[in-house]
Design a protein around this ligand. Structure first.
Ligand code: ADP
Ligand code: G6P
Length: 482
């Protein structure tokens, strides 16, 4: 329901580190709100459009306390972060400790006590704000690794609420999680929720095992039994996209003609390969581009016939490992184009920017093969977006086995992103498969993405959450019995 006045209290409250829009101050001092990066926002935005709720999150800046406001019909409640909190809570504990640790230590996590202190302070602020905004008995849905302490903090403030938590990224194997000096605090934080959701069943099982081992609670299958009689459910809820909306966009005349135009601007190559990622070291961009350059070097492909378009959204640019990645990719692309490109025919067309949805749909439409090779990824929505856009049942998807999306998109050309020869083979196979074979694979994947869209994901999660038994119901019922 669109409105111009922010809600004072809401029956559904989403709590995420990011608001769907990011406050950017232009060089002339003017303020602009842009769409925030990443898959969390892509998934939650259409869900919130259908539900009349409020969304709490950080605006991306340091503007201090600001009032709730309405953007595109959604009530947004900004939670401020100071410059130091951005360094310690966001860039530090969230993105230099938890992010690499939860992604199979693809990069080395750093452990600093003052970062955790800041994480605690900021989580408490989010919990406090959520407690102020949630209506009596409301559902509060807390999202992702930046806010794992919020469920318990919020429960302490507002025992009447039904609290859900969903982790968008992988949950690590127990051996890795044990490295965290604050492991018990994080588990106890999550146990404040009635339902803890993960992308994959293995993650839910890891969580329950850790709770049994580290916190000592009784568990049975995916249920944790707390000493006070409360129960916490864990479960897998693979996230998705607004597949129908995206397909509709892809079918539009403007996207169709833009797709043709993109191919034309690239010299109408026989083959257009595409990579689209946040510029993140978990995405396997370096090895992917190396594999492609070897195909050119070996003579299996030629720059007269083929071009690789790599789009990389700027991300977490002040974190050292991200800075280094950017330099590494810049250097690699420069070297490959210098060695293998010809005039008007670059081997790789590299775009370090983010685009509106229409342009993304046109890129997906223009690409013959989409190459997605993360070393580890909770889901990877780009894979599902590509599939949703291929309404002619053509195109092919090369996909890492280590992306959550590989569980559902079994008909992709699945690869081990650490195996360069394997990736080269899969890219060639995907390019040269017959239209019949491509059609068979794409149809099956499209069916899966159409049937399991983000609305189905959210309604399943909220249904399970609404069926959990909150503590206050128990108290009410036991006092009624007396
Ligand atoms: P992550 O959440 O780790 O960034 P996902 O693949 O799950 O990875 O989600 C990325 C989201 O960001 C997708 O919705 C995708 O369309 C969007 N996105 C990625 N790159 C760009 C870009 N260059 N411009 C605009 N949107 C992008
Ligand atoms: C991933 C995370 C999100 C995060 C997004 C963008 O999708 O799961 O929680 O918001 O990346 O990262 P950023 O650090 O810019 O918020």
């Amino acid at each position: 329901m669109a409105t111009d006045t922010p809600k004072q209290s809401a029956d559904l409250v989403v709590v995420a580190n990011r608001l769907p829009v990011d406050r950017t101050v232009n060089p002339d001092g003017s303020v602009e709100w842009r769409r925030s990066p990443g898959g969390l926002v892509t998934a939650i935005q259409p869900v919130m459009r259908d539900n009349d709720g409020a969304w709490l999150g950080w605006s991306g800046g340091t503007e201090g306390e600001t009032e709730p406001f309405v953007d595109d019909g959604l009530t947004l409640v900004p939670v401020p972060l100071s410059e130091q909190e951005i360094a310690e809570f966001y860039e530090g504990f969230s993105n230099s400790t938890l992010w690499p640790l939860y992604h199979d230590v693809v990069a080395k996590p750093e452990f600093h006590r003052e970062w955790f202190d800041s994480y605690e302070t900021v989580n408490q602020r989010f919990a406090q704000k959520a407690a102020e905004v949630a209506a009596e008995g409301a559902m509060v849905w807390v999202h992702d690794y930046q806010l794992q302490l919020v469920p318990a903090m919020l429960r302490a403030l507002r025992p009447d609420l039904r609290i859900g938590f969903f982790l968008h990224i992988p949950f690590p194997p127990t051996e890795l999680f044990q490295q965290l000096p604050w492991r018990r605090r994080l588990l106890e934080g999550l146990l404040g929720a009635d339902l803890v959701g993960f992308q994959r069943p293995g993650a839910a099982a890891n969580f329950v095992r850790l709770v049994r081992q580290r916190v000592g609670h009784k568990t049975h299958r995916d249920t944790v039994y707390l000493p006070d009689g409360r129960r916490v459910e864990a479960g897998a809820f693979p996230i998705s996209i607004d597949s129908h909306g995206l397909e509709e966009l892809a079918r539009s005349e403007s996207v169709q003609s833009r797709a043709k135009e993109i191919r034309g601007q690239l010299g109408n190559p026989r083959w257009l390969l595409l990579g689209v990622d946040r510029l993140d070291y978990t995405k396997g961009i370096y090895a992917r581009l190396r594999a492609y350059s070897e195909l050119l070097n070996d003579g299996a492909l030629d720059v007269e016939d083929a071009v690789f378009v790599q789009v990389a959204t700027p991300s977490r640019e002040r974190v050292e490992q991200y800075r280094r990645l950017r330099d590494d990719i810049d250097r690699l692309v420069g070297r490959i184009n210098g060695d293998l490109g010809r005039i008007g025919r670059p081997a790789i067309s590299y775009l370090h920017t983010s685009y509106p949805r229409e342009e993304m749909a046109a890129l997906y439409q223009a690409a013959d093969v989409m190459v997605i090779t993360p070393l580890r990824d909770g889901m990877n929505l780009v894979a599902k977006e590509y599939v949703a856009c291929r309404f002619q049942d053509d195109g092919a998807l090369v996909l890492s086995e280590f992306a959550g999306a590989a569980d559902e998109l079994r008909q992709a050309y699945l690869v081990n992103p650490y195996d360069i020869n394997g990736m080269k083979g899969a890219i060639l196979e995907a390019l040269t498969a017959s239209p019949k074979e491509k059609g068979r694979r794409m149809r099956a994947m499209r069916k899966s993405v159409a049937e399991n869209d983000v609305k189905a994901w959210a309604s399943e999660y909220l249904r399970v959450l609404s069926e959990t038994e909150p503590m206050h119901d128990k108290h009410v019922r036991s006092s009624e019995r007396r």
